[in-house]
Write a protein that binds this ligand. Sequence first.
Ligand SMILES: *[C@@H]1O[C@H](CO)[C@@H](O)[C@H](O)[C@H]1NC(C)=O
Ligand SMILES: *[C@@H]1O[C@H](CO)[C@@H](O)[C@H](O)[C@H]1NC(C)=O
Ligand SMILES: *[C@@H]1O[C@H](CO)[C@@H](O)[C@H](O)[C@H]1NC(C)=O
Ligand SMILES: *[C@@H]1O[C@H](CO)[C@@H](O)[C@H](O)[C@H]1NC(C)=O
Ligand SMILES: *[C@@H]1O[C@H](CO)[C@@H](O)[C@H](O)[C@H]1NC(C)=O
Ligand SMILES: *[C@@H]1O[C@H](CO)[C@@H](O)[C@H](O)[C@H]1NC(C)=O
Ligand SMILES: *[C@@H]1O[C@H](CO)[C@@H](O)[C@H](O)[C@H]1NC(C)=O
Ligand SMILES: *[C@@H]1O[C@H](CO)[C@@H](O)[C@H](O)[C@H]1NC(C)=O
Length: 462
Amino acid sequence: MDACRGENPVCAGVRNDVRRRCRLRVAELKLQVTALLGFLTFLGADAYDPLDPNGNITIRWDVVSWTPDGYVAVVTMNNFQMYRHIMSPGWTMGWTWAKKEVIWSMVGAQATEQGDCSKFKGNIPHCCKRTPAVVDLLPGVPYNQQIQNCCKGGVLSSWGQDPAGSVAGFQVSVGQAGTTNRTVRVPRNFTLMGPGPGYTCGPAKIVPSTTFLTPDRRRKTQALMTWNVTCTWSKFLASKNPTCCVSFSSFYNSTITPCPTCACGCENKRNCVRSDSKLLSTSGINRPRRDGVQLLQCTHHMCPVRVHWHVKLNYKEYWRVKIAITNFNFRTNYTQWTLVAQHPNLNNVTQVFSFDYKPLVPYQSINDTGMFYGIKFYNDLLMEAGPLGNVQSEVLLRKDQDTFTLKQGWAFPRKVYFNGEECMMPPPDLYPFLPNAAHVGARVALDCFASCALLVLLLVVL
Ligand SMILES: *[C@@H]1O[C@H](CO)[C@@H](O)[C@H](O)[C@H]1NC(C)=O
Ligand SMILES: *[C@@H]1O[C@H](CO)[C@@H](O)[C@H](O)[C@H]1NC(C)=O
Ligand SMILES: *[C@@H]1O[C@H](CO)[C@@H](O)[C@H](O)[C@H]1NC(C)=O
Ligand SMILES: *[C@@H]1O[C@H](CO)[C@@H](O)[C@H](O)[C@H]1NC(C)=O
Ligand SMILES: *[C@@H]1O[C@H](CO)[C@@H](O)[C@H](O)[C@H]1NC(C)=O
Ligand SMILES: *[C@@H]1O[C@H](CO)[C@@H](O)[C@H](O)[C@H]1NC(C)=O
Ligand SMILES: *[C@@H]1O[C@H](CO)[C@@H](O)[C@H](O)[C@H]1NC(C)=O
Ligand SMILES: *[C@@H]1O[C@H](CO)[C@@H](O)[C@H](O)[C@H]1NC(C)=O
């Protein structure tokens, strides 16, 4: 941020407001460099989210007893991602057995297919597939068929929103397996769908055995053996197109900057439904489909979700933003939705009126990102497209007098994520302009171009 302060020769003689813009441009450039580094890291490490660098889902298997032909394991899945959750219809966990293991029985979850158990007489296993796919049970199963953290219909909250809801668990009884910690073979090729693609899982690693406290907390017990699997999310796997877009408006300019046209791809435009269509009164039209096919309202952007950021008021020491999220998807209710925004003034959020807010500080020094989410039982459900398909709130921010400006789109967010997916933003030249700022723009652009070019040069040289 300070690249244009003090005796930096690039900035000598630059007028004050020019200097401010210049600083912004340099900051932007730094951001782009960060993004580029992020991308390079992605190429190396498969997945990297600069706003949640430590986010992952960890699957832990604790062998709790040996059986005559195998073992019983308690499987725990922790979502350590700050703002990415798994929504209904929930997660599916898969793996490949290393040998000829079978699943005798499960508690708190079930395999989607039994597979070919024709070799067995008498007792028939729950699943004989070499690559089982396991799903959670629905809430409300009888108490004796439950286990801790199970039976949430596959829903896994994000760590930032609801740590208690960010854990899933089930128990599996494995046969035709090793019966000591030297003969057991850990499963391979773990997969996690949530409910669509997006996650990649690493290999299972044997780790120090988990210790448990007994319910009365007076005794510690220990798993006989433990292995962990870490799964990370990558947008490149999740979807080809963005799934949300951002539009802008402000009190100082009556132009609304819409979402970019076809922001989420226009391939499905032929199947969209106009909001006044008679089709919408057909019964069952909103029912989510088994094959996951969505039904979108016709819009020029064709996004299932739009986030609108309105700069509403400018007080002496504060400014006020209104945020509205609109659902254009007739077949999806977004439960426990999250919205992440990046803006330099989020370090001074004073009040958020009808959402919850939590700052995200992935790097200790920069406090420019935060997550908004619905208030439980009030607006944590973003309803299907239609008259109820929106949620909104206002945010009061305290100005930092050094950086605050309405010029050049400063008041608009740098990045927006809905449910962990980055939203498509309008191009910067279409942001609502402050009246008569246009002619200053050209000069500033030139000054900045010079300094930015130099910065790039420096970066390249270094
Ligand atoms: C997974 O996330 C947790 C919590 O952020 C972190 O402590 C752990 O190091 C991560 N694991 C990997 C393999 O990245
Ligand atoms: C294994 O996963 C659990 C979460 O399920 C985590 O708390 C623990 O730190 C992990 N162990 C290692 C060695 O990564
Ligand atoms: C296996 O169990 C033995 C004791 O039965 C223990 O000494 C050893 O550390 C265990 N190995 C692993 C990998 O857990
Ligand atoms: C695991 O997956 C990789 C690639 O997807 C494949 O080459 C390998 O054979 C699989 N391993 C097992 C045990 O199925
Ligand atoms: C959304 O939730 C409402 C109220 O719970 C329900 O009536 C409606 O069927 C749901 N819609 C979808 C698409 O699941
Ligand atoms: C980040 O900003 C929020 C206000 O938006 C503040 O409450 C929080 O203490 C700040 N955190 C850090 C680490 O500066
Ligand atoms: C804004 O937040 C930063 C860091 O959180 C703090 O140092 C600064 O004093 C705040 N500014 C105002 C005007 O409150
Ligand atoms: C409002 O902003 C638009 C750009 O989005 C700009 O073309 C227009 O000139 C601005 N209106 C005024 C009155 O400055």
